[in-house]
Design a binder for this molecule. Structure first.
Ligand code: NI
Ligand code: MN
Length: 230
C-alpha cells in the first residue's frame, strides 16, 4: 500500500510501509503548505529542478533527516557542495534503490537557481517515474506538454500521475488533458495551480474535461490530504 500526501504546489510525500520520499519540498514560503520543514520525516528527497518553488527547503530537510537527495547531476552536485548526501542521476537514467525503482523523465522547462544576483546553472529539469511496492507513480515536474509523454504512457502502466495545470510556466488545463490522453494513468492529481494569481486555475474544470475524454479518475487534493493506492 502506497500513500501519497499533497503539501501544496508541487510537493508530495510518497510513503510505503518502509520508506518515505518527499518530492519538491517547498514548504517554508509556500502559501499552500500546512507543514513546516522541521515536521518532515523522510528517507529520500527528490528534486525536479532548481527553481525555488521546487528546490525549496531540500537542504534543511536532508540534513535534519540524514536523507539522500536524488536529482539531476548538476543540481545534486550543488546540494553535495552544501553538505547534503546525494545520488545524482540524469534524464532517461534508471536505478534501483532500497525503496524501489526510479527513472528521470524529460521536462520542458528551465532549472536555474537564483542566489542573490546570480543564476546558478542546475542542468536539465526532470520528472520522476517511481516504482514502489508494485505501484508506478509519475511526477511530471514543471513542464509544458511534450509528445514523448505518449512514449511514457506506452512503456509504463501508470497508477498515479501528478501533472501541472496552472499555465503560464507550465501546462494549462487543455494541454494537461492532452497529457492525460498520452499517459493513460489510472488516477491523475493536478498540481502547480492557485499558489499565485498568475497560475490561477479551476481544478474542477480539469476534472470534468479529463473524465469526459478519458477513463482516468481525477483526484483533487487539498494541502494535507492524502490518497491511498492499493
Ligand atoms: Ni519551475
Ligand atoms: Mn514551479
Amino acid at each position: 500500500m502506497v500513500k501519497i500526501t499533497f503539501y501544496g504546489h508541487a510537493c508530495f510525500k510518497i510513503s510505503s510501509s518502509k520508506f518515505s520520499i518527499i518530492i519538491d519540498p517547498w514548504l517554508k514560503n509556500n502559501p499552500q503548505a500546512n507543514i513546516s520543514p522541521e515536521q518532515v520525516e523522510v528517507d529520500y528527497i527528490l528534486i525536479t529542478h532548481g527553481h525555488g518553488d521546487h528546490f525549496g527547503d531540500a537542504l534543511e530537510i536532508a540534513k535534519a533527516n540524514n536523507a539522500t537527495i536524488i536529482a539531476p547531476y548538476e543540481l545534486a552536485t550543488y546540494c553535495q557542495s552544501k553538505g547534503a548526501k546525494v545520488h545524482p542521476m540524469h534524464i532517461g537514467g534508471d536505478y534501483t534503490f532500497d525503496f524501489g525503482w526510479l527513472q528521470l523523465t524529460p521536462a520542458m522547462h528551465g532549472s536555474g537557481y537564483i542566489e542573490g544576483d546570480n543564476i546558478i546553472y542546475m542542468g536539465s529539469p526532470c520528472g520522476f517515474l517511481i516504482g514502489i511496492e508494485g505501484k508506478t507513480i509519475y511526477h511530471a515536474g514543471d513542464t509544458g506538454l511534450f509528445g514523448d509523454m505518449k512514449l511514457i504512457g506506452e512503456k509504463t502502466s501508470l497508477d498515479v500521475a501528478m501533472l501541472p495545470i496552472g499555465g503560464n510556466f507550465v501546462m494549462g488545463i487543455d494541454d494537461a488533458v492532452k497529457a492525460v490522453e498520452f499517459l493513460k494513468p489510472k488516477i491523475v492529481v493536478p498540481m502547480h495551480y492557485n499558489t499565485f494569481d498568475i497560475i490561477k486555475k479551476d481544478p474542477e474544470e480539469f476534472k470534468k474535461k479529463v473524465e469526459n475524454k478519458t477513463g482516468t479518475d481525477v483526484v483533487i487534493l487539498k494541502p494535507g490530504e492524502m490518497i491511498t493506492v492499493n
